[in-house]
Design a protein around this ligand. Structure first.
Ligand SMILES: Cc1cc2nc3c(=O)[nH]c(=O)nc-3n(C[C@H](O)[C@H](O)[C@H](O)COP(=O)(O)OP(=O)(O)OC[C@H]3O[C@@H](n4cnc5c(N)ncnc54)[C@H](O)[C@@H]3O)c2cc1C
Length: 437
């Protein structure tokens, strides 16, 4: 006989684990299924795990602020100590460079003010005091390596920056999922690995469970798609894609790890830098390295992939471009030659407007937490609560599409309107259309 659950969560990444944990805390019999052999082995394992508070809307800051408190309060959140080790939040602070494109951070500062997040405005001299190796000349707007202007300053100095001291990173994103798995199991949640979902079962006009590749059926009236870069495949299986205005697609990302400029203790003195002027973000990385990701500047061609299981996982010219861009800001940053590239290649589950979809679907009982667009690791514990509230409200009869479910966030006490993340929204024109969110 097929096993029966109250809810099945497809995916055991950081978001899926947090959703499963919250549903189990509500007393539901929950199963997280994943095709890989352990929790956090999907795109979460490639995450840069940056916890930053700067977003350009008060709601964006509120969500990140709320998430930040969960990471600070990690053991209390989990309610149990994972014997294989707990992850740590490491505070580094975050420097955000003002550019014309980010409106010199006017909206960001107003949003931080609204949530009482402290920050300091810095002029170029202040940036140099904070990071002695910073070159404060302006190089932007970013261009490709082919452009003769590449690497050439466009003004004597950037317009300034803000420094947000409450920002940092999580020591090990994959292990953080294991921590949440243990917490979920502690309250009755179950996990099934090496189990690939190939079909969403339906009965009498609603979702009824899943079918695995080996033919096993598992029944549940609620199924949640948290499949990361594979989310579009699960939505297609459920037949809900036509009923969505916003879609999701896997997008390849290259993250570079390079040694710190010689003589600089990047591990202890480096900060996170969000630098739209050179088109990169960066943070300290183990081994006195600098980790460099792309802020997806307009000049770059985004590398959407057709199949998240067979895409090219090699570094490309993009890797060198990112390191050379970061070298414009960090004096003395080494640029490793051919064959010496180190770092990570992974996929974002990018939505059309780079804002996630946390929603129900047109198939009753089928929900989704998808389109996390490279910036929702930090929010995962909040998303767990959000999805549990959404599912409880919808299953209780509320028409979320017409009367969006809201809930009060635990730490910030701010109301979160889940309707903001609707699959039926028009593309949000205020989005940065990049990983900045
Ligand atoms: C390179 C990179 C850097 C990032 N940096 C940051 C950052 O600094 N800060 C930040 O906040 N966010 C960041 N993010 C984003 C963040 O990491 C993601 O939003 C988050 O990890 C997504 O978690 P998830 O649980 O939704 O997906 P995943 O971790 O991808 O989990 C989805 C799971 O679903 C499983 N699955 C898929 N299809 C099936 C199927 N058919 N059957 C069964 N299982 C299936 C997969 O095996 C996978 O384990 C980054 C992301 C990337 C890729």
């Amino acid at each position: 006989m097929a096993k029966q659950y109250d809810a099945i969560v497809i995916g055991a990444g950081i978001i899926g684990a947090c959703v499963g944990f919250e549903l189990a805390k509500q007393g539901k019999k929950v199963l997280n299924v994943d095709k890989l052999s352990g929790s956090g082995f999907g795109s979460t394992s490639g995450s840069c795990a940056i916890i930053r508070l700067h977003y350009s809307t008060p709601d964006g800051v509120a969500m990140a602020r709320e998430g930040y408190y969960y990471w600070l309060d990690w053991v209390r959140y989990l309610g149990v100590v994972d014997p294989t080790g707990l992850v740590k939040y490491i505070n580094t602070g975050c420097l955000v460079i003002k550019t014309e494109k980010n409106h010199y951070l006017k909206n960001v500062m107003a949003s931080l003010d609204e949530l009482n997040v402290c920050y300091e405005e810095l002029d170029p001299e202040g940036i140099k005091k904070l990071m002695t190796i910073a070159d404060t000349r302006q190089f932007g707007p970013p261009v490709t390596q082919k452009d003769p202007r590449f690497g050439e300053p466009t003004a004597d100095a950037v317009a300034g920056a803000i420094y947000v001291p409450e920002s940092g990173l999580i020591s090990d994103p994959k292990q953080s999922v294991h921590n949440v798995q243990k917490a979920g199991e502690n309250v009755g949640g179950e996990y099934l690995f090496k189990a690939k979902v190939v079909e969403i079962l339906k009965k009498e006009g609603r979702c009824a469970g899943i079918k695995l590749e080996d033919g096993t059926e598992i029944h549940a009236p609620v199924v949640v798609n948290v499949a990361g870069p594979h989310s579009y495949q699960i939505n297609e299986m459920a037949g809900v894609t036509q009923g969505m205005k916003i879609k999701t697609r896997p997008l390849k990302q290259e993250v570079c790890h390079v040694p710190s400029p010689e003589g600089f203790d990047y591990n202890n003195l480096g900060t996170i830098i969000s630098d739209g002027d050179v088109g990169c973000y960066s943070r300290p990385e183990i081994g006195n390295h600098v980790l460099i990701g792309s802020e997806d500047p307009e000049c770059d061609t985004l590398d959407y992939v057709d199949d998240p299981d067979t895409y090219d996982t090699n570094f490309t010219e993009q890797w060198t471009t990112q390191v050379m861009r970061e070298a414009q800001r960090l004096k003395g940053l080494p640029i490793p030659g051919p064959g010496k590239a180190q770092g990570i290649v992974d996929l974002y589950d990018a939505s059309d407007d780079w804002i996630p979809i946390y929603d129900k679907s047109d198939l009753p009982g089928f929900y989704m937490a998808v389109g996390t667009s490279g910036n929702q690791y930090k929010n995962a514990p909040v998303v767990g609560v959000l999805m549990a509230e959404l599912i409880e409200g919808c299953e209780g009869g509320q028409d979320h599409d017409k009367d969006p479910i809201k809930f009060k966030m635990h730490y910030t006490k701010r109301e979160c309107d889940i309707g903001f993340f609707s699959r039926l929204r028009e593309i949000n024109p205020n989005s940065s259309f990049s990983v900045i969110g």
